[in-house]
Write a protein that binds this ligand. Structure first.
Ligand code: NAD
Length: 320
């Protein structure tokens, strides 16, 4: 029998890849989005019998979905620091009220609920790499707290619905993920550096660039979310690539791979920017049989190709 999924935030970067994957796996998909940081264009190629795009703000109430639902996958939230710093109250509301409404939908339908949480729940970590047992080092009153604390609350209410109402829930903590359909101006390092390199503009590295990130290529991450949706694992489970590189090395690498002559320049580091980021993924391996398979080099090459095509054909990607 065909299974049905509701993907909240499905018109965003990760959500659109998740919708694509679920359709390929034979699911029927309701994509719910208010397009605050996503776009109908990301899923326009999917619209058809098995795919419905529902324009709705999940903070207004549980989305109206008729019929059986097997999984509610909550990816709705601004995710790039540039976006959530511009939308602080919306970010808090979607993490709190939005998550509650989607939990209510899962409860009403008897569906599995998966929360897309984040490595930001670890804040600027004092333990490295970060296992799920680490409780984090988050500044609750800094500018980034609107995102970090909203996600920590989202985790808390997810566990409360599990314990109180018996909802079948799972939490994944996603580490930095990149790939096609990121917006060139969303402020995250990979699209920013690629856009700057392809435009032969200076590549802007925050601080001295010694801070590290572990970058997961989008198909790997989506595979982890699908495994979580199809399991009974409660989590939280880290999903991320274990290859850790400095932001300066990332800039140099993108410059090499694009064949760019851009200079690398240094700009001030944002407040509370984490210094180190690498997931401990032992739990994902043991409980979901998941590990990231794409090397960072392969993912970067494919992502650069995607951005280059959009630049060559004058498509919107680089203007967004
Ligand atoms: P994105 O901004 O591209 O996608 C988020 C989507 O949610 C957008 O389509 C947006 O319009 C939608 N949305 C936001 N508020 C909404 C609301 N109130 N009602 C309905 N829809 C709403 O971001 P992304 O990178 O695709 O991230 C998706 C999810 O994964 C987010 O929850 C994010 O916190 C989480 N995550 C992403 C990363 C990453 O590296 N990309 C890392 C950690 C966690």
């Amino acid at each position: 029998m065909t299974r049905t999924a509701v993907v909240a935030g499905g018109a965003g970067f990760l959500g659109s890849h998740l919708c694509e994957r679920l359709l390929a796996d034979g699911w029927q998909v309701f994509c719910v989005d208010n397009f605050v940081t996503g776009s109908p264009e990301n899923v326009a190629h999917l619209v058809g019998d098995a795919f419905r795009l529902v324009e709705a703000d999940v903070t207004a109430g549980p989305p109206a979905i008729e019929g059986q639902v097997d999984a509610v996958l909550n990816l709705a939230s601004p995710a790039s620091p540039a976006d959530y710093l511009e939308l602080p109250l919306e970010t808090l509301r979607v993490g709190s009220e939005g998550t509650r409404h989607l939990l209510d939908l899962a409860r009403e339908k008897g569906a599995r609920f998966v929360l897309a949480s984040t490595s930001e729940t670890y804040g600027d970590p004092l333990v490295h790499p970060q296992p799920e047992t680490y409780w984090g080092n988050v500044n609750p009153v800094g500018p980034r707290s609107v995102y970090d604390e909203a996600k920590r609350y989202a985790e808390a209410i997810t566990m409360a619905y599990r314990r109180t109402h018996g909802v079948d829930t799972g939490i994944v903590r996603i580490f930095n993920t990149y790939g096609p359909r990121m917006r060139a101006h969303d402020g995250r390092a990979v699209p920013t550096f690629i856009r700057q390199a392809l435009d032969q503009q200076p590549i802007t590295v925050a601080g001295d660039g010694s801070q590290t990130r572990s970058l997961c290529y989008v198909p790997d991450l989506i595979d982890g979310i699908v495994r979580m949706a199809e399991s009974e694992v409660a989590g939280p489970v880290n999903l991320g690539n274990q290859e850790e590189i400095s932001v300066l090395r990332l800039a140099e690498w993108i410059r090499e791979l694009t064949g760019s002559t851009s200079d690398i320049v240094h700009v001030p580091r944002p407040t509370d920017d984490p210094s180190l980021r690498r997931p401990d993924t032992a739990k994902a391996r043991e409980e979901l049989g998941w590990t990231a398979r794409f090397t960072t080099e392969r993912g970067l090459i494919e992502t650069i190709d995607w951005f280059r095509t959009r630049l060559d054909t004058g498509l919107q990607g680089l203007q967004l």
